[in-house]
Write a protein that binds this ligand. Structure first.
Ligand SMILES: Cc1ncc(COP(=O)(O)O)c(C=O)c1O
Length: 354
């Protein structure tokens, strides 16, 4: 076995809602620990999946995910041949690290950020250099990230907006950073939460054509509300595109993912409605946190990262009242996904009593 992964522990996946309800004897449980959508997907997704004839079951799916490829290309205004699909953005994170990192190489990430990046680097026997975000604002320390790049650096990861901080970096700042990166270093901008951003000009999808070392990731798990379907995509050009296509499994997306994902993308009115609700709830929650004197970072996502002192105590308190949040990422900061208006109000009541 690879020496670097002997002591790896498995990802602590979310427990099923029914299990948590039974354990804590709860009638209502709001699962707000995995940044899922409380609104779920457009009803058209289920309709499209149910309309798939059983005949398809006996045959391998379309390995090119053509239907989805065409929809995404039109939506993002990119070449269909610049798209690699994955079983969630997770699979693309795995594929990218597998493709780019070599044993003894390294990658640079802000800290905190999404834990999957470092996990996969470790599996590839590469190391991860973590550059703390600005303590006050949560913004990425671009100068520090550049200073961390050395001759063994093969990748840089930027979740934008970042998870768990929720903080958004402008396209201009990222492009300025990219301009200073050696062309041999791949920059992955993980835009999993892009749909929730209310700043203009928020994506680098249109820049991929100008930078062979730039990759943009997206997922349908968040704003589109289909986390269970497991659909994500990466936008990239040659030389990465053909190699990533060769590295991925030939039939990684099944027909239900392709058809369901396409239906989700088709219903942009539904998406915009969800996004508006999340942005409204985010404002209410942040106004409340500000009034109450909590330290938190300004979020452009569907979750908020706030300092609570003893994370476990506050996490347990919220859970005992039916609100499951993420208390596993820090001893002092909690990540709360925004839920329904009623659930958000319920959580505010509890936080106000702290
Ligand atoms: C920043 C970031 N990237 C990627 C993912 C993975 O998303 P998916 O469900 O598409 O695998 C997540 C999920 O929480 C995330 O927060």
């Amino acid at each position: 076995m690879k020496e670097t992964i002997k002591n790896l522990t498995a990802y602590q996946a979310e427990l099923p809602v029914d299990v948590v309800k039974a354990k804590y004897q709860l009638d209502h449980l709001a699962r707000l620990s995995a940044n899922e959508s409380p609104y779920g997907p457009s009803p058209k997704v289920g309709e499209a999946i149910r309309a798939i004839p059983d005949d398809v079951l006996g045959f391998y799916p379309d390995g090119q995910a053509t239907l989805l490829r065409q929809k995404v290309a039109a939506l993002e205004q990119v070449d269909p041949e610049d798209l690699v699909f994955g079983v969630g953005a997770d699979e693309l994170i795995q594929l990218l690290t597998r493709t780019v990192l070599t044993p003894g190489g390294n990658m640079v990430v802000p800290s905190p950020t999404f834990g999957e990046y470092a996990l996969h680097a470790q599996i590839e026997q590469a190391t991860t250099k973590q550059v703390p975000v600005d303590e006050e604002t949560g913004h990425v320390n671009f100068a520090g990230m550049l200073a961390a790049v050395d001759e063994r650096t093969e990748m840089v990861w930027l979740a934008n907006p970042n998870n768990p901080t929720g903080v958004f970096e402008t396209r201009a700042d990222i492009l300025a950073f990219l301009a200073q990166l050696p062309a041999s270093v791949v920059l992955v901008v993980d835009e999993a939460y892009y749909d929730f951003v209310d700043a203009p000009d928020a994506t680098l999808a249109g820049d991929v054509g100008n930078y062979p070392n730039l990759v943009v990731l997206r997922t349908l798990s968040k704003a589109y509300g289909v986390a269970n379907l497991r659909v994500g995509y990466g936008i990239m050009t040659a030389p990465l595109y053909p190699v990533m296509q060769a590295v991925r499994l030939p039939y990684n997306l099944n027909t239900y993912q392709i058809v369901g994902g396409a239906a989700a993308l088709d219903d942009q009115d539904y998406l915009q409605d969800v996004v508006k609700k999340v942005q409204h709830e985010r404002k209410l929650f942040q106004d409340f946190l500000r009034e109450q004197g909590f330290k938190f970072y300004a979020s452009q996502t569907n979750f908020i990262w706030l300092q609570v002192g003893d994370t476990k105590r506050v996490g347990e308190l919220l859970l005992s009242q039916g609100y499951q949040v993420n208390d596993r990422l820090s001893d002092t900061w909690l990540r709360i996904a925004l839920g329904t208006p009623a659930d958000n109000a319920g959580m505010r009541d509890i936080l106000a009593q702290l």
